[in-house]
Design a protein around this ligand. Structure first.
Ligand code: MG
Length: 262
């Protein structure tokens, strides 16, 4: 789009400077004389691109990130059962936190639209259960669209329900899961769905995900709200909304969660 705007503005300059001959009567494109372009004619200087200081370690938060968890507290999160109450999950050793099974999910206090998000997670060290019963949690973007969190290390389940799937929608490109004794990361680039003024869907949500640095969702179209039963669709228009983490009865662990608004 920017290139198009640029080419139109250059064309306007050429017309006004008389380089391009424009006919009053013809709708055919005017002829452009072979005036040579100069290097500076395609240079855009303003506004200057803002500076962000990257973290020393890849995966850590850059200077403009909103920190959702850095080991110290869960102040950015509340209970999903009652959003007036603190997040009921446990912080372990001042480093990570863990699902407290039966207490329900947790959600951010803040609401978000388009984001870049980083999250690290680990399945419980003690391997129990099979398929969807092992290390299950989930990251719900805008409280609706689930990026599945599961122990998919030597654990077969339906392909669009394994780790890094858009749950019951789109399978990941590959399985890049580490063992339950190790930490995994998701790096997510999420574009929220757009709705028209009358509430109808204008464009579906899209998501790109790297799982431990491996591309697993490549600008994937999200086909709607995550439903356990039935085809996914967009039942209603919505704006910015919270991010939530699922309590699926397993003690999945989390650390180093941050995002940038896009
Ligand atoms: Mg889940």
């Amino acid at each position: 789009m920017k290139l198009r705007v640029l080419s139109i503005s250059i064309f306007t300059v050429l017309i006004s400077s008389g380089v391009v001959a424009q006919s009053k009567y013809s709708s055919t494109p005017p002829e452009v004389s072979p005036m040579p372009m100069k290097p500076e004619m395609t240079e855009i200087w303003e506004p200057e691109v803002s500076v962000v200081t990257p973290a020393k370690t890849l995966g850590d938060a850059p200077s403009d990130a909103i920190i959702l968890f850095d080991g110290s507290n869960l102040d950015q999160w509340v209970s999903q059962k009652d959003s007036s109450k603190a997040a009921p999950w446990k912080i372990i050793d001042g480093k990570h936190f863990e699902v407290e099974p039966g207490t329900g999910g947790i959600q951010t206090k803040m609401k978000f639209g388009d984001i870049q998000l980083h999250i690290e997670f680990s399945a419980p060290d003690k391997v129990e259960g099979v398929s969807q019963g092992r290390g299950n949690s989930g990251l719900f973007l805008q409280n609706r669209y689930e990026l599945q969190i599961l122990d998919s290390y030597n654990n077969r389940t339906y392909r669009n329900g394994q780790a890094a799937s858009i749950y019951k929608d789109v399978a990941p490109l590959v399985n890049a899961m580490r063992s339950p004794l190790e930490w995994n990361s998701y790096d997510v680039i999420y574009t929220a769905p757009r709705f028209k003024a009358d509430g109808r869907l204008d464009s579906k949500a899209r998501i790109t995900v790297l799982h431990n640095g491996v591309l697993v969702q490549n600008n994937t179209t999200i086909n709607g709200n995550t439903f356990y039963i039935g085809l996914h669709h967009y039942p209603e228009a919505h704006g910015d909304d919270v991010i939530s983490l699922q309590d699926h009865g397993n003690k999945t662990q989390f650390r180093n969660i941050w995002l940038r608004k896009l």
